[in-house]
Ligand binder design. Structure first.
Ligand SMILES: [Zn+2]
Ligand SMILES: [Zn+2]
Length: 125
């Protein structure tokens, strides 16, 4: 009886050894994975209704754009006459298409991180 059980005890111990030698690296992988996830930018889209309630302007006079704000920081292109742009409550401006794409993932100004929400949009009026 004892002799029969011994091999099982031995096998169990081998299995435990196998688990212990493999587990730490598996745990490390998991921790690495979690750490990487924490560094990924969080996706926080802005509600589409709010996006469409933002004031859109057509650029009709380039000289009225304040110095240093004459390019869209999303596509890094200077504004051209008759382009459409959206003015955020923080007074930063971006191409309509650029900022709409941005708001699919983020709910704050790409430049100053100002949070865009119902309250801050209504603060414009
Ligand atoms: Zn742009
Ligand atoms: Zn801003």
């Amino acid at each position: 009886m004892y002799a029969r059980n011994s091999p099982f005890i031995h096998i169990n111990r081998l299995n435990n050894d196998a688990i212990f030698s493999h587990h730490p690296s598996g745990l490390e992988d998991l921790l690495m994975h979690l750490a990487q996830r924490m560094h990924e930018p969080r996706v926080n889209p802005l509600n589409e209704n709010l996006v469409s309630s933002l004031p859109e302007i057509t650029i009709t006079d380039l000289s009225k754009i304040p110095a240093g704000k004459n390019e869209c920081v999303i596509c890094l292109t200077k504004y051209e006459l008759n382009e459409k742009a959206i003015l955020l409550p923080c007074t930063d401006m971006f191409h309509t298409e650029c900022i709409k794409n941005w708001f699919k993932n983020q709910n704050s100004c790409p430049l100053c991180k100002f949070k865009i929400n119902e309250r801050t949009i209504n603060g414009l009026n």
